[in-house]
Design a binder for this molecule. Structure first.
Ligand code: FAD
Ligand code: E0Q
Length: 457
């Protein structure tokens, strides 16, 4: 039997992992990537410079045999370091101990490691090749390089991992109604930097200006800043701000206005950001939103994965993690049946769509929680109660954040159980102002009644 051939569009995070996993399973993989090879020409920015990697993402890397290549470049984040307006900081741990943490990784390093892995597994990656259109009747892709030179490529089966602005999706939409809906968020983002500090002694390593092993958050009600550590000692700071109103990207426009905003609202960060004005002027304001599609595939000929199928807002740090789950699920399905892509793609969508919808909803909810609730007394009571019940009922009452971040339970399960748990918390905490006022016997009864035990990990 000849090796089944698969063509991928996009060698970003999800495309490169999918190429690796399929090539490792014996597929002949051809990948077309719009950008030049970042290993030769440097990584052309765009989007966040580092990302939070959690259990689902690690699983994809482990399946590809890449865990040991990423571990040395990942920075542990034990929890959220909340920066209050008065300058106080407080670390809210994500999990119970250092086994329940998330990791900050450089997008560029991760992507380059995945490109190496894909090629080592036998995938062929064609850089500087942008998909322009598809002739579905002839099964021909039309591509162009940066200089405008065109080429074609015969492809019976094509998988689109070409991100939120997917060209393959646009090509599929000329053939079938994908039921596409993009819900823009009325907030955007700007990426800034806290550089590494001067080395303590000549020749010693540069240091972190703030706690290295945390995800820093400056919640300010309707907007917020976050900062994730980079291995060399710097932090990538992201300001999330409304597009209209005040303050917003409409009122904070010039570098001087940005400085004034930071002086007022992020006073402890400002002295650590000497390049604020330069970064503000040089970096575009990013757009955010959620992409919903009713269909992800065109019979057995084309399939969308990752952001191309389900871009989400970044407030749970799960977009890449979710895309890596797509890659693993697809590779396993295709390995089991390499030839019937029509039923494979349909099964992939059947399994993944409810999960993509669930993480999309949870990511939107997390924005409000992050920017607005982390300082609210009732919210903190619910949080404390949640921890108490989780200790009392391990394997049964499991915080939603934990299910999303530290487990591989389907996102849809995390969402559904999270709703039930939230109902229980609200019922128990109604009228209560502290943990001692809560009726734990009633808690136990509600949990036994409404939450079946989770399957053992
Ligand atoms: P992309 O990374 O967008 O890659 C698409 C690739 O396709 C690119 O290489 C592109 O050049 C290529 N391409 C595009 N068009 C064409 C074309 N026409 N022809 C050929 N190639 C093409 N996720 C997390 O898990 N954790 C986080 O902490 C996190 N933080 C985020 C912060 C921000 C501000 C944002 C915006 C996103 C964040 N995400 C995070 C989400 C994450 O960035 C995405 O989910 C992830 O990059 C999706 O990977 P992808 O490969 O599907 O798409
Ligand atoms: C995480 C890890 C961009 C981004 C990435 C993240 C998170 C947040 C807020 C943001 C959510 C959290 N979070 O701390 O609850 O866990 O990835 Cl804004």
């Amino acid at each position: 039997m000849p090796r089944p051939v698969v063509t991928l569009i996009g060698a970003g995070l999800v495309g490169a992992l999918t190429a690796t996993l399929l090539a490792q399973r014996g597929f002949a993989v051809e990948v077309f990537e719009r950008r030049p090879d970042p290993r030769k020409f440097g990584f052309i920015g765009g989007r966040s410079i580092n990302l939070a990697l959690a259990e689902r993402g690690w699983h994809g890397l482990r399946v590809a045999g890449l865990r040991s290549r990423i571990e040395p470049i990942a920075v542990m984040m034990r929890g959220r370091m909340v920066h209050h307006r008065d300058g106080r900081t407080e670390l809210l741990r994500y999990g119970r101990d250092d086994n329940e943490v998330i990791w900050s990784v450089s997008r560029a390093s991760l992507n380059m490691t995945l490109l190496d892995a894909a090629e080592a597994a036998g995938a062929r990656i064609h850089f500087d090749q942008r998909l322009r259109a598809v002739d579905w009747d002839r099964g021909i892709l039309h591509l162009a390089d940066g200089a405008g030179a065109e080429r074609t490529h015969q492809a019976a089966v094509v998988i689109g991992a070409d991100g939120a602005g997917s060209a393959l999706r646009a090509a599929m939409a000329t053939r079938i109604d994908l039921g596409e809906r993009f819900e823009p968020l009325d907030h955007g983002y700007k990426e800034l930097e806290i550089p590494a500090c001067e080395p303590a002694a000549p020749g010693s390593r540069p240091g972190f200006a703030i706690e290295a092993n945390a995800l820093h958050i400056w919640p300010r009600g309707n907007y917020m800043c976050i900062a994730l550590p980079n291995a060399e000692g710097s932090f990538t700071v992201t300001l999330f701000l409304p597009n209209a109103g005040a303050p917003s990207f409409a009122t904070v426009r010039t570098p001087a206005e940005a400085r004034a905003l930071f002086a007022r609202d992020f006073a402890d960060a400002l002295p650590l950001m000497p390049g604020l004005e330069r970064d503000w002027a040089a970096h575009p304001t990013g757009l955010l939103g959620t992409l919903y599609l009713a269909r992800w595939h065109l019979d057995g000929r084309a399939l969308l994965i990752g952001d191309a199928a389900h871009a989400i807002v970044p407030f749970h740090g799960q977009g890449m993690n979710c895309g890596f789950e797509d890659a693993v699920e697809l590779a396993e399905l295709m390995e089991n049946d390499a030839n019937d892509t029509k039923s494979t793609f349909a099964e992939f969508a059947r399994r993944r769509k409810p999960n993509a919808d669930a993480i999309a909803a949870m990511a939107l909810e997390n924005y409000v929680e992050m920017r607005d609730r982390v300082a609210d007394a009732h919210f903190l009571l619910l949080r404390a109660l949640e921890r108490r019940l989780a200790e009392r009922h391990p394997g049964r009452f499991v915080p939603r954040y934990w299910m999303v971040t530290f487990s591989r339970l389907p996102y849809a399960t995390a969402y559904a159980r999270g709703e039930i748990q939230h109902g229980i918390l609200r019922e128990l905490a109604r009228g209560a102002s502290d943990l001692d006022a809560i009726d734990l016997a009633r808690a136990d009864a509600l949990i036994a009644e409404r939450l079946p035990p989770l399957p053992a990990a």
